[in-house]
Design a binder for this molecule. Structure first.
Ligand SMILES: Nc1ncnc2c1ncn2[C@@H]1O[C@H](COP(=O)(O)OP(=O)(O)OP(=O)(O)O)[C@@H](O)[C@H]1O
Ligand SMILES: [Mg+2]
Length: 451
């Protein structure tokens, strides 16, 4: 069996996956290992004969760790690099008021939509040159309407020359602000007005079924050439796609390679003391989740999806509860437990500096847009990490999120004053950090509110 629609990334070795995650997340090696193995196991399973592959269930993972240490971030980066349909849901979403059991299935339906969008984008990449050429032709026709047949040859030649001139201008993007009129079609079901008798919002797949009752509307829209490029390209892509086939491929990709990340799973663990109130509803959500995680068939508008081989990664802080407070059946379906570590000063230091788009790099880029060059000395970064550590110890430990409040406070004046005060380059050293933040850090009340 092969997963022919997956991207190259789905063939990476564990080491390669971890190396990619290392570019964004500092430390947390155990969690990185666990997700890398889970991802690689999908690939391994697909090498096996179908009968053996069917027997192998994914080793779903629970990531346990304090707030702000990278649980969600690992999932987010994994989704970017995996090239597989990936959906993130908050478990608490299903405990909200008005929730009815069937909604848990909606995550699989959403995952299919993610899969379709993913394959569509991949197709778009494949056809890029072809699409661009088609869009160019379309734009020329719009800007310079075709000549009626049967004209004199001389006129036709002139027309041909002008047309080539327009083509050149379109390529050089000098006509981006000219306007064109484009026919778009949209099909809108007046969803807002459709509620079931109980007053709940209607199931999306049912609403889709109603689509055919409402006529397709076409309308003329005036837009600039720049905007029209995107619209025309989408239309050309639609014309070249076999929607039915795309959906079938997406269903297979989801069944064999889909990943669902369930965040805040600790919030649906019951604290064990009794069968009242919120505990009942939390346990209810767990029971609803069970069939989907264990393997069930979920009906989507594109067809049925078996969930047996979808990988589930759950995460939670588990401050108030433990994984063992989950109902046993659900625990059994998440055999891999990984703990994420508390961050230490050395981690804060590296988080500020090392990731591909670390906070320091982000702010440097933002200020560079205003012509301000900012540099940070080692002493400044040391001091910032120290302050993060100290505040997390004294106030509440919010992990790496503390760095965001500190940085915003540190650079407040610079961010406000640029571009008017865009003098020479600015160097932020230990003294600068001290001047800007020391007062705040010392004053307990102030820091509680501001940092
Ligand atoms: N180990 C890390 N390396 C790099 N950045 C990190 C790390 N941990 C946290 N961050 C940064 O801190 C922010 C919060 O992290 P994240 O959302 O992953 O927290 P979390 O562990 O999911 O916490 P919570 O339990 O509150 O959901 C993110 O913006 C992330 O970039
Ligand atoms: Mg999180």
């Amino acid at each position: 069996m092969t997963l022919q629609f997956a991207s190259e990334a789905s063939t990476w070795s564990c080491r390669a996956i971890v190396a990619q995650l290392d570019r964004h997340i500092i430390g947390q090696d155990k969690a990185k290992r666990a997700v890398a193995i889970a991802l690689r196991n999908r690939w391994r399973r697909l090498r096996l004969p179908a009968a053996a592959a069917a027997e192998i269930v994914p080793n779903n993972i629970i990531m346990i760790g304090p707030t702000g240490v990278g649980k969600t971030e690992i999932a987010r980066r994994l989704s970017q690099l995996a090239g597989l349909p990936f959906l993130k849901v908050e478990a608490t979403k299903f405990t909200e008021k008005g929730y009815v059991g069937r909604d848990v299935d909606s995550m699989i339906r959403d995952l299919v939509e993610v899969g379709i969008a993913l394959l569509r984008r991949r197709k778009e990449d494949e056809l890029r040159a072809d699409l661009e050429a088609a869009v160019e032709e379309k734009l020329i026709d719009l800007l310079f309407p075709p000549l009626a047949a049967g004209g004199e040859p001389e006129r036709e030649q002139r027309w041909q020359r002008s047309r080539e001139k327009i083509r050149q201008q379109i390529r050089e993007r000098v006509l981006e602000e000219s306007t064109v009129t484009i026919t778009t079609s949209s099909q809108r079901v007046p969803l807002a007005n459709i509620f079931t008798a109980a007053g709940e919002e209607m199931d999306a797949s049912f609403a889709d079924g109603l689509g055919s009752l409402f006529p397709k509307k076409t309308r003329e829209s005036v837009m600039t050439v720049a905007q029209a490029r995107k619209v025309l390209s989408d239309q050309e892509l639609d014309r070249r796609l076999d929607q039915e086939q795309l959906a079938q491929q997406a269903l297979e990709l989801v069944e064999q390679g889909g990943i669902v990340f369930i965040d805040e799973i600790d919030k649906i663990a019951s604290t064990g003391r009794g069968g009242h109130g919120p505990d009942v509803s939390r346990e209810g959500v767990q029971r609803d989740l069970l069939p989907v995680v264990e393997g069930a068939t979920v009906t989507t508008k594109h067809g049925p999806v078996r969930t047996d081989h979808i990988l589930f990664i759950a995460a939670g802080a588990f401050h108030m509860s433990k994984p063992s407070d989950l109902i046993p059946e659900l625990q059994g379906r998440f055999p891999i437990r990984v703990e994420l570590d508390h961050l230490a000063e050395e981690h804060y230091l590296r988080i500020l500096r090392e990731p591909d788009s670390s906070l320091l790099k982000q702010y440097q880029a933002l200020l560079a847009a205003d012509g301000v060059t900012v540099g940070f000395t080692d002493a400044a970064v040391d001091r910032l990490a120290g302050i993060a550590m100290e505040l997390n110890r004294r106030l509440e430990n919010i992990g790496a999120r503390r760095l965001q409040t500190i940085m915003a406070q540190l650079l407040d004046d610079l961010l406000f004053d640029a571009p008017e005060n865009a003098g020479g380059p600015v160097t932020i050293d230990g003294d600068y950090v001290e001047r800007r933040l020391a007062g705040l850090v010392r004053d307990e009340d102030l820091s509680r509110y501001i940092l």
